[in-house]
Design a binder for this molecule. Structure first.
Ligand SMILES: Cc1ncc(COP(=O)(O)O)c(C=O)c1O
Length: 434
């Protein structure tokens, strides 16, 4: 409950126990736009952007990581603030262009890029391709030679053991991501020999959902060390050094907020150390956060469709579930199934009734959104929401499973509602069927 109070206070608001988003009662939004839906508060997005921008030294650029939530309205929102976009597929490249992003402000990471995807981005002069293996290096080189282009590339490096962290570790271990640090020099030499490549720099990505600033700073220090090694190897300062994303937000009772004040102090010290380093002269530093920028501003809003008791256990059934929010059901890589912050959105702060199981509408026991959840006494028709739902919800969920319509997404601020994703129709769902 404590996280919900914190998030409601800093990101939303409430009146008489009802959640307000951009000064609008959640019941009014749910009535007009239906449930299930995602509601994002623009002011909360702005707040998070400002907090991050203030924390980062001016040499840093932010590239929003599209995979967290690819809604065009969000991409445009961040582009207007001066963000670039980090993409991981041809589909996300297409969206980035539709959002009006200039190709040179797009960077493309991810293992298994296809020739078709690489061709598309090279033709359009993408800012950087983050190369994940020496074979990919060769493919990018031959494709760009054939297209008469020079591809800007960065080497994605899988750092050796000491820069790990986060819920999902992506560094230090054998991984599908990046080139092992131990093989970096050979990869750089290969990149220098191959035609039609411009080596921009390095990209380091070692984790996601990191709440400890010391882990981030350790990664950044490691990134600096790797970046300097690359500069020395190519004989000039690298143009870009991408530290990845990974900044976390609290989901569970023991989660503390990332300490941005300490992160800022650490980054300032780091920048002071490298300021006069000829190996990093003019280097632009990049972070590519997803979750941190959009996670807190979003609520997944559902309505209670049934309440029942099965063999003494009380179940609350919602009209939304794991097809829109897989992580809340505990089926997105978590080893321990813990409850995301769930609340009755018109009964905030009311006394709790005995704990209930909260289930979605899908015909599978996997669709359990909360176990032993302490909620006020609920009735059919009540609104139940999952907080911290702006990132990796719909974009990381099996939306096609059971053919429910996709949920709308609203961007709300100061009494103004923008539908940034409409509710899908049955025909939308089946549009590709022949
Ligand atoms: C290459 C890359 N960049 C950025 C991100 C964004 O991470 P986060 O949302 O934790 O900031 C991810 C997430 O998996 C990623 O794979």
């Amino acid at each position: 409950m404590e996280i919900i109070t914190r998030v409601v206070t800093r990101c939303f608001g409430q009146t008489n126990g009802e959640l307000l988003v951009g000064d609008m009662p959640i019941s009014a939004l749910a009535h007009t736009y239906g449930t299930p839906c995602f509601v994002h508060h623009r002011t909360a997005l702005d707040r998070q952007w400002e907090r991050l921008r203030t924390c980062l030294p001016r040499e840093f650029s932010i590239y929003y990581s599209v995979k967290a939530n690819p809604a065009l309205g969000l991409l445009r929102h961040f582009l207007q603030k001066g963000s670039g976009l980090e993409i991981a597929s041809g589909g996300e490249f297409h969206l980035a262009l539709r959002a009006g992003c200039s190709p040179d402000r797009i960077i493309f990471a991810g293992p298994g890029k296809t020739d078709a995807e690489l061709e598309m981005v090279i033709k359009q002069n993408i800012g950087e391709i983050h190369v994940e293996s020496t074979r990919e290096l060769e493919r990018v080189s031959s494709l760009s030679t054939r297209l008469g282009k020079t591809a800007g590339i960065s080497l994605r490096i899988n750092p050796s053991g000491d820069a790990q962290g986060g819920a999902m570790r992506m560094g230090g271990k054998p991984a599908a991501f990046g080139i092992d640090e131990e093989q970096m020099d050979a990869a750089v030499d290969l990149a220098r020999r191959l035609p039609s490549l411009a080596i921009h720099g390095v990209h380091l990505f070692a984790g996601t959902q990191i709440l400890d600033h010391t882990i981030l700073l350790t990664q950044y220090r490691k990134g600096i060390e790797i970046g300097k090694r690359l500069s020395a190897r190519v004989g000039r300062p690298i143009r870009t050094l991408d530290f990845g994303g990974g900044l976390g937000i609290p989901y569970f009772p023991q989660d503390q907020d990332l300490n941005l004040g300490e992160l800022q102090l650490g980054l300032d010290r780091l920048m002071a150390d490298v300021q006069h380093d000829p190996l990093l002269k003019g280097t632009r530093f990049i972070v590519e956060p997803g979750r941190f920028l959009v996670g807190e501003a979003g609520v997944y809003v559902t309505r209670v469709t049934d309440i029942k008791v099965s063999r003494g256990k009380r179940f609350v059934i919602l009209d939304g579930g794991m097809h829109h929010h897989l992580a809340a059901s505990g089926n997105l890589g978590q080893t321990i199934k813990r409850n995301f912050p769930i609340a009755a959105l018109t009964k905030l702060g009311q006394p709790e009734s005995p704990p209930v199981t909260v289930a979605g509408p899908l015909c599978t026991p996997l669709d359990t959104i909360g176990r032993e959840v302490a909620l006020p006494e609920l009735a059919v028709g009540d609104l139940v929401g999952v907080f911290q739902a702006g990132a990796y919800t719909r974009s990381a969920s099996p939306v096609g499973f059971l053919s429910h319509p996709t949920p709308p997404e609203l961007l709300v601020a100061g009494g103004n509602v923008q539908v940034i994703r409409r509710r899908g129709t049955y025909d939308d769902l089946h549009a590709d069927m022949v």
